[in-house]
Design a protein around this ligand. Sequence first.
Ligand SMILES: Cc1cc2nc3c(=O)[nH]c(=O)nc-3n(C[C@H](O)[C@H](O)[C@H](O)COP(=O)(O)OP(=O)(O)OC[C@H]3O[C@@H](n4cnc5c(N)ncnc54)[C@H](O)[C@@H]3O)c2cc1C
Ligand code: FES
Length: 336
Amino acid sequence: MYSIDIDGANTPFPCAENDTVLRAGLRAGLGLPYECNVGSCGNCKFELLDGTVDNLWPQAPGLSDKDRQKNRWLGCQSRARSDLRIKLRTSEHYRAIHSPTVTAAVLTRHTALTHDISEFVFDCERTMAFSSGQYALIQLPGVQGPRAYSMSQKGGASTTMEFQVRRVPEGVGSDVLFGLKTGERVHIDGPYGMAYLREDAERDILLVGGGSGLAPMLSLARGALSTPQLGSRQVHFLYGARQQRDLCGQDLLAQLPEWSKRGHYTAVLSNHPEGEALPEGCQSGFVHDALLARHGPHLSNFEIYFAGPPLMAQAMIKVLVSHKVPMTQVHFDQFY
Ligand SMILES: Cc1cc2nc3c(=O)[nH]c(=O)nc-3n(C[C@H](O)[C@H](O)[C@H](O)COP(=O)(O)OP(=O)(O)OC[C@H]3O[C@@H](n4cnc5c(N)ncnc54)[C@H](O)[C@@H]3O)c2cc1C
Ligand code: FES
């Protein structure tokens, strides 16, 4: 066990030998900045003032050559090799609402939802408490570094964890996950993420998912429709997919007891063949354009959550900023 001292903060925290600087800080209840947890966003950078660390992924895209020259490291890819003194700015925004824990888990079910998205259900040795919309890190056998996957069930404390994952062509992690047999073992570390359900928000809810961004939006819909404080809120769900064969989620939402009273689903297809009739209830285009067309003048009236690939997230942010939606009511995860 090592001790990590944040310069000027006077709150040294312990870091187990197999943990990362970021996750040890979050487990200790400190608000260390982060987003993806997998080396891509760069939000977890710190400056190393004293001590030695191992870099778990030296080529991680979240760190530039300039960062390396300035002795900056990624908290999510750094393992302490001595006591450390580091420089970064903590923030209440990042403080964990549920302390992240690691548990062994076995795969109990793998069900195909579309041609390339499947639901995976794991039975965990330890209970994990999380909020709707959060994600966990799955360490898969033989894969270097964990992969981030959002839970698709509603938040709570559970030993069963459900995920919906898209098989990425030539993706190392998703390939192994899709090849796992029931009874095989992984390690799950979580929960993480700030795009969780705000149970005290006094606005209707807009959920926008693109591709594999389905899981956290489904979790949020399930949470919102079963949270008594949100009992009068409408839930608008926009799902962006490429083609008809990529569509999913509507049947799962329709199973929720409150859905018929308060739920609204719109599917948007970005790559629908020209001239072909659209499936019922679908429109063509990009999901951020559909959002604009449907809710443009009223976007500030919603609590807005979204998840999906970085291009979709950037388009969403542009739309929301141009409509002056306060960022305090916008919550999102980019899927790097
Ligand atoms: C917050 C968050 C939530 C997500 N939720 C979902 C979800 O619910 N469903 C879903 O389908 N996808 C989700 N993703 C995307 C998912 O984590 C993977 O990026 C995707 O499945 C592709 O992984 P892969 O291993 O198949 O592809 P690869 O291209 O092999 O790997 C890409 C991912 O692995 C990381 N990585 C690659 N090499 C290394 C290494 N050597 N060491 C450490 N990390 C490495 C990268 O940062 C990147 O995240 C989420 C991503 C994030 C950041
Ligand atoms: S949180 Fe470390 S790079 Fe994204």
